[in-house]
Design a protein around this ligand. Structure first.
Ligand code: GLN
Length: 202
């Protein structure tokens, strides 16, 4: 049996520990990634929830933004939750000044879209590719996806708004499966990473 896929969590800001635990529970070897050299050693990467402008600025500061763009272009599996989803969007509708994204998913996101009155809420979300009962979606000042381009597939909606998207090996959710103890979305991502690695070794 081949060893577990090595999946990094971009550890500049945000809920890194929760993703490390969820990935380990889903069968990956999980480790923190801050530097280009660390990025080069992982099979896949999670960009956590947190604050997307802060993550963007720190990624530039740590010299990891360009290498990350290159690896995502190259097909490295990548999964972004909430702020991480924003980082994977080709375009932000309402960016803050100096805010950049990695890109990779042909979608336009709206930051803090669910509004102040709903800064935090939970809702059952049916996610395509996740079998069994609905996923408990934890939304914390969450973005939604305004629109997707032809290459992106919508995996879930909540209240008529797109909240999960996949394009090739890039996966993004508005909500935080790492906070619920249900590791099915992380398992989907671990499977994507394993499949990519197997394809490369053929
Ligand atoms: N509102 C945050 C942002 O714009 C995202 C919140 C989160 O990741 N929970 O980056």
């Amino acid at each position: 049996m081949s060893h577990a896929p090595v999946i990094g969590v971009l550890a500049l800001q945000g809920d890194v520990r929760e993703h490390l635990a969820a990935l380990a529970a889903a069968g990956a070897e999980a480790r923190e990634v801050r530097r280009p050299g660390e990025l080069a050693e992982v099979d896949g990467l999670v960009i956590p929830g947190g604050e997307s402008t802060t993550i963007s600025k720190l990624a530039v500061l740590f010299g990891v933004m360009e290498p990350l763009r290159a690896r995502v272009r190259d097909g490295m599996p990548v999964y972004g939750t909430c702020a991480g989803m924003i980082m994977l969007a080709d375009k932000i509708l309402d960016p803050r000044s100096g805010q950049e994204t990695v890109g990779g998913i042909d979608m336009i996101v709206r930051r803090n879209a669910f509004g102040r009155q709903n800064e935090s809420f939970e809702a059952a979300v049916d996610v395509k590719g996740v079998t069994g009962e609905a996923v408990e979606g934890v939304f914390i000042r969450a973005p939604w996806v305004e629109s997707v381009g032809a290459g992106a597939e919508v995996l879930a909606e909540h209240d008529g708004h797109i909240v999960a998207v996949r394009q090739g090996n890039a996966l993004a959710t508005s909500f935080h499966p790492e906070l619920t103890g249900d590791h099915r979305v992380h398992a989907l991502f671990v499977d994507m990473t394993r499949a990519k690695r197997t394809a490369e070794s053929l």
